[in-house]
Unconditional design. Structure first.
Ligand SMILES: Nc1ncnc2c1ncn2[C@@H]1O[C@H](COP(=O)(O)OP(=O)(O)OP(=O)(O)O)[C@@H](O)[C@H]1O
Ligand SMILES: [Mg+2]
Length: 233
């Protein structure tokens, strides 16, 4: 479904991505792990066209490197960035509506606004409250739900559990599994090994702008050397 080949990206003169290769199949949850600053978010941004990608990014066989972010989104890739990217002056409901694609009606795709309220009662309770007054965790949920409203076929979710309470982390894990159940592919950027090992079908580990390990969660569990060198702090 998504095929990334020899992807490079730069910030000014800094060569951040140095030939990333990865792929995601239909309905898979793929985790992208790595320490701070190795280029996980930059990988998502380069796929999305928010950072200029050098190399090949194919979505359903079509080359998308060079397309603008809104074009990539309209083709069916959703991105949930790591910063809480809400519209603070708008209500929860209004934020969710803004996730719909141009011309898309609520409930026409896999997800309806009511699904979001069913999954996250916090959002339901705050449906008509300005998003700025919500907690960081709630804003994180809202960002994820807004992306789902656009009915992506592939969603890249950047550190959804960062700063969340254990109960909220569990909730996010359940939602990620629900996303997979509805046939949506997921690229899950994580720092927490546990959630990735629990729910991912496959795992990539990044180090210094490249993929340094690819395998199943079981294989990563057995590779203490990889975890020591590239994951543990
Ligand atoms: N806008 C930017 N301008 C310049 N350098 C940047 C910018 N964004 C990121 N970088 C640098 O690029 C490298 C990769 O950053 P990236 O955000 O992809 O890391 P990451 O793996 O997502 O880690 P984390 O989210 O924990 O910071 C880092 O060294 C970072 O300092
Ligand atoms: Mg990041």
């Amino acid at each position: 479904m998504l095929e990334v080949n020899d992807l490079h990206a730069y910030y000014g003169k800094s060569h951040i991505l140095q030939g990333v290769n990865l792929n995601i199949q239909e309905g898979e949850i793929v985790a992208l792990l790595g320490r701070n600053g190795v280029g996980r978010s930059t990988t998502c941004k380069a796929i999305m066209g928010e950072v200029v990608p050098h190399g090949s990014v194919k979505f359903r066989g079509q080359e998308i490197a060079g397309k603008k972010a809104f074009e990539v989104a309209n083709l069916g890739i959703g991105y949930v960035p790591e910063n809480r990217d809400i519209f603070p002056g708008l209500t929860t409901r209004q934020n969710l509506i803004l996730g719909l694609k141009p011309g898309q009606k609520d409930g026409a795709g896999r997800w309806a606004m009511q699904d979001m309220f069913d999954m996250f009662s916090n959002l339901s309770e705050r449906a008509d409250v300005e998003a700025s007054v919500m907690s960081g965790g709630e804003q994180q949920m809202l960002t994820m739900c807004r992306t789902l409203m656009g009915d992506p076929d592939l969603v890249m979710i950047d550190e959804p559990t960062e700063g969340l309470s254990p109960q909220m982390v569990q909730k996010v894990a359940t939602v990620l599994q629900e996303i997979a159940k509805r046939g949506v592919s997921t690229l899950l950027v994580e720092q927490k090994l546990s959630i990735a090992l629990d729910i991912a079908d496959r795992v990539y580990v990044m180090g210094h702008g490249q993929v340094v390990f690819e395998g199943t969660p079981l294989e990563l569990k057995s590779r203490e050397d990889v975890r020591k060198e590239w994951l543990e702090v």
